[in-house]
Design a protein around this ligand. Structure first.
Ligand SMILES: O=P(O)(O)OC[C@H]1O[C@H](OP(=O)(O)OP(=O)(O)O)[C@H](O)[C@@H]1O
Ligand code: HPA
Ligand SMILES: [Mg+2]
Length: 183
């Protein structure tokens, strides 16, 4: 795919790389205060959260561990199927651990509400959520997010880890996908 094709596929840039990094720095300062004296386990949700995880982990100045889960509820479409599947489980025992789930986006909320319940049932000392984006108008279930980056309109977005049919994850900013791409 040529770069010019990517530009045509984008309706509007919502956040630039600089704006994203400033927000991640802001969230990191809060996380450092809240987890002072603890070793937090960051649980990244593959694949969308890869960029947020990489930047958040490097921005934090407290000791952290990282682990990853792969779950999927979207397949190749733009609507959540509502059925969450574990594609890859954690390697870490969660007993007594302070877990911070790191996500790119909360859309319907179905993925995270399921995931939080799943991780809590493994005996974690605490489970909190850090999500860069949230679409309040798209919520099908309420998810309590302690560290939230930006609230965005109910439009399909790509970039900074977010894909449409596995494309656009490597865009540095976050953009609204032009409807002609998926219509
Ligand atoms: O709030 P929800 O409606 O559940 O949607 C949010 C989830 O959907 C996307 O992941 P997806 O399942 O598409 O997999 P991916 O991370 O590999 O892109 C996104 O990365 C979140 O994990
Ligand atoms: O708006 C979105 N873009 C990409 N992936 C997503 N997964 C849930 N919502 C979205
Ligand atoms: Mg995801």
């Amino acid at each position: 795919m040529e770069f010019s094709d990517v530009e045509n596929d984008i309706a509007e840039v919502l956040y630039t790389e600089q704006e994203i990094h400033a927000k991640i720095a802001e969230l990191s300062r809060r996380i450092e205060v809240d987890y002072a004296g603890e070793k937090v386990l960051l649980v990244g949700v593959l694949r969308g959260a890869v960029m947020v995880m990489a930047d958040l982990a490097r921005e934090l100045t407290i000791p952290i561990e990282m682990d990853w889960m792969a779950v999927s509820s979207y397949g190749s479409g733009t609507q959540s199927s509502g059925v969450v599947r574990i594609l890859k489980d954690l390697d870490t025992d969660l007993h007594g651990r302070h877990v911070l789930i790191v996500e790119d986006i909360i859309d319907s909320g179905l993925t995270l509400s399921w995931l939080r319940g799943n991780l809590e049932s493994r005996g974690a000392a605490s489970v909190e959520i850090c999500a860069l984006l949230r679409k309040p108008e798209a919520a099908k279930v309420v998810v309590d997010v302690k560290y939230e980056g930006f609230q965005i309109p109910n439009a399909f977005v790509v970039g900074y880890g977010l894909d449409f049919a596995e494309q656009y994850r490597n865009l540095r900013g976050i953009a609204v996908l032009a409807p002609h791409v998926y219509a």
